[in-house]
Design a protein around this ligand. Structure first.
Ligand code: SF4
Length: 351
């Protein structure tokens, strides 16, 4: 029987241990809670990608990193290296450590670390879907619009991006994730996301003794490339971090959900020299693409090559290029889409 959510199978989101067999080889997704990646961790990822698969690191729309084109069996070596580097703290929970946080806020980082630790220490939460998302927003509203299944907006609990009357911290996020699983079981559902449950936000809120409220939350646009205080935001063209670019990044970085990285301003000159983008007016800013050919068997085109050619030909329109109607990695909200079809690209405005 079809599940009420319309899901008839568990999600198949890749992890670093459970890799996805893509058309170009194994695809490993390494979760970076809050997008945080130390210099040592980045070096491990860069070296592993160069030695085991495609040298470029892919940034995802949830601020994670992917290594693709892994040789058969290379995932075991990758997992060992990630474990040694502290990037794989839990083999059982690796796919559910999906935590996006306000990238320019130092205040959210301890909350992310505490929630991640609690998540990994709670055996039942290994049963969350790989699509489940937690957001930790500093209260200005940059990541709450990503509609995390559970989230904090300041101290306010959000469910599917909607505010509740409850306030708390990482422990409350754990309770909310457990309440999602309990409600999903009560509905005999295989839903991947809280909003896919019948009346999901209200019912999960009720399990937590609260209600979903209509209080409007503050919203903040994603940070543009450029200097922001002591940090710099740099766009990564097409979300592909080349070996030279990652080698130019010194110190801890934050990978954002918008295919940018936050770095200390001191490292900006060498990073820009490597091809990362600090100018918000650059034609590369805001141009993103799914994997496309040859990595994805569903793709109708090499969308990255076509997006790159479009920029190099003078286009300055921010757009998301996709190789099929699954629209992987599409940004939340209004955006221009370039969809590959059998007869060329179809441009539309979505969201
Ligand atoms: S949008 Fe389609 S072509 Fe692009 S990565 Fe997803 S499934 Fe593949």
């Amino acid at each position: 029987m079809q599940a009420p959510s319309g899901r008839d199978a568990p999600d198949r989101c890749p992890g670093a241990v459970q890799v996805h067999a893509a058309a170009d080889g194994g695809l490993a997704r390494v979760r970076l809670p809050g997008g945080r990646l130390t210099a040592a961790g980045l070096t491990v990822l860069r070296t592993a990608a160069a030695e085991l698969g495609d040298p470029a690191l892919e940034l995802t729309s949830r601020g994670n990193v992917q290594v693709r084109a892994l040789r058969p069996g290379a995932e075991h070596e990758l997992a060992a290296r990630l474990t040694d580097a502290g990037l794989l703290p839990s083999a059982t929970h690796e796919r559910v450590r999906n935590i996006v946080a306000s990238p320019l806020s130092a205040a959210v980082r301890p909350l992310v670390a505490a929630f991640d630790a609690l998540l990994c220490a709670t055996p039942a939460l290994a049963g969350l879907p790989g699509r489940f998302l937690a957001t930790v927003d500093d209260g200005r509203g940059d990541v709450t619009p990503l509609l995390g299944d559970v989230g904090l907006h300041g101290s306010r609990l959000t469910l599917a991006g909607r505010p509740t009357a409850r306030h708390g911290g990482p422990e409350l996020l754990v309770c909310a994730a457990e309440a999602f699983l309990a409600e999903r079981a009560a509905q005999a559902s295989r839903a991947w996301r809280l909003a896919e449950l019948d009346d999901g936000p209200a019912r999960v809120a009720a399990r937590l003794g609260t209600t979903v409220s209509d209080i409007p939350l503050t919203r903040l646009d994603p940070p543009e490339p450029g200097i922001h205080g002591s940090s710099a935001v740099l766009a990564v063209p097409l979300g592909l971090l080349t070996p030279a670019q990652s080698a130019a990044l010194a110190g801890e970085i934050i990978v954002t959900p918008w295919r940018t990285v936050v770095v200390p301003t001191s490292t900006m000159p060498q990073a820009v020299a490597s091809g990362l983008v600090a100018d918000p007016a650059s034609p590369w800013a805001g141009v993103t693409a799914c994997a496309g050919r040859p990595g994805c068997a569903k793709a109708l085109a090499d969308v990255r090559a076509d997006a790159r050619a479009s920029v190099l030909a003078g286009s300055s329109e921010p757009a998301h290029w996709v190789g099929c109607e699954r629209r992987c990695g599409a940004p939340k909200g209004r955006h221009v889409e370039m969809l590959a079809t059998a007869s060329g690209y179809q441009r539309s405005v979505r969201g």
